[in-house]
Design a protein around this ligand. Structure first.
Ligand SMILES: Nc1ncnc2c1ncn2[C@@H]1O[C@H](COP(=O)(O)OP(=O)(O)OP(=O)(O)O)[C@@H](O)[C@H]1O
Ligand SMILES: [Mg+2]
Length: 251
């Protein structure tokens, strides 16, 4: 089953002179429960594509369908409802309010999205905080948390609405390797639950966890690698397979 579909998606920013096409006719199908990674050089359009796919931004041309619904045809109000209820985001930097506790940073937007003070919402948030190993610091301030704890809090916030797709733009870009592993374990466990993940990363170690990696060059999808179809051997791992594919694409 396809959960997300892009057809001839193009994006041109008219803020530049001359206006430059950043995405050029992207076609993409993402299956339900798939873990998709987008790679490519800096400036190739990865973030722009992620925002177009998630409804955070509108493509200049083309159609994006999420769970059968054309995102490009939504009104501003419908689009913001969709962003509140159907998709979750994690960015490289976690955007939290310094004057609220970790828990309140997640709970308050969740209550707003749910439109109710029902206790089930706060129970759900507490379960998420426990699950991702930050229950014990839930009442601490944001500034007391480490980088990986903040990213796990971002995952809790993204999951608080039960999204159909979890989008992540370089979620480990600011973390060291042990923190990266820790955050990727959390993201992989979300995928194991059956949530579709679409993630941008520069890190081949991180990308090796995906089912499929697509490669973007100058706004065009030029290649894809189905890692789920790669059989690991004693001498060759998925990471090796990905590395040689990346070199073939001049990464
Ligand atoms: N709001 C904007 N206005 C004008 N140009 C933009 C805007 N956002 C992105 N661009 C341009 O679009 C191109 C692609 O940017 P994008 O951020 O999608 O690349 P990226 O692949 O995510 O790069 P990075 O790996 O550095 O994050 C760049 O040339 C960038 O300058
Ligand atoms: Mg980017």
């Amino acid at each position: 089953m396809t959960v997300l579909q892009a057809r001839s998606v193009s994006k041109t920013f008219d803020t530049t002179d001359p206006p430059t096409p950043v995405l050029k006719g992207i076609d993409l199908d993402v299956a339900e429960a798939e873990f998709l990674v987008i790679m490519g050089a800096s400036g190739s359009g990865k973030s722009t594509l992620l925002y177009a796919l998630s409804g955070l931004d509108r493509p200049t041309e083309g159609i994006v369908t999420l769970a059968g619904r054309d995102l490009t045809g939504l009104s501003e109000k419908e689009a913001s409802q969709m962003r509140l209820h159907q998709v979750g985001f994690i960015f490289q930097q976690s955007y939290f309010l310094d004057n609220l506790s970790i828990r309140d940073n997640i709970l308050l937007p969740a209550l707003k999205a749910a439109g109710t003070k029902d206790r089930s919402v706060s129970r759900h948030i507490d379960d998420l905080l426990e699950r991702f190993g930050i229950g014990h610091i839930a009442n601490h301030g944001i500034t007391e948390a480490s980088g990986d704890q903040l990213q796990r809090a971002s995952i809790c916030r993204a999951l608080s609405v039960g999204p159909q797709v979890l989008f992540a733009d370089e979620p480990t870009g600011a973390l060291n390797s042990s923190m990266t592993e820790d955050v990727m374990d959390a993201i992989s466990s979300v995928h194991d639950d059956g949530t579709t993940i679409i993630m941008v990363t520069h890190d081949p170690v991180v990308a090796a966890r995906a089912d499929r990696v697509i490669y973007l060059r100058d706004g065009e999808l030029i290649d894809e690698l189905h890692l789920s179809r790669v059989t690991e051997t004693e001498t060759r791992s998925k990471e090796d397979e990905l590395q040689s594919w990346l070199s073939a694409n001049d990464f």
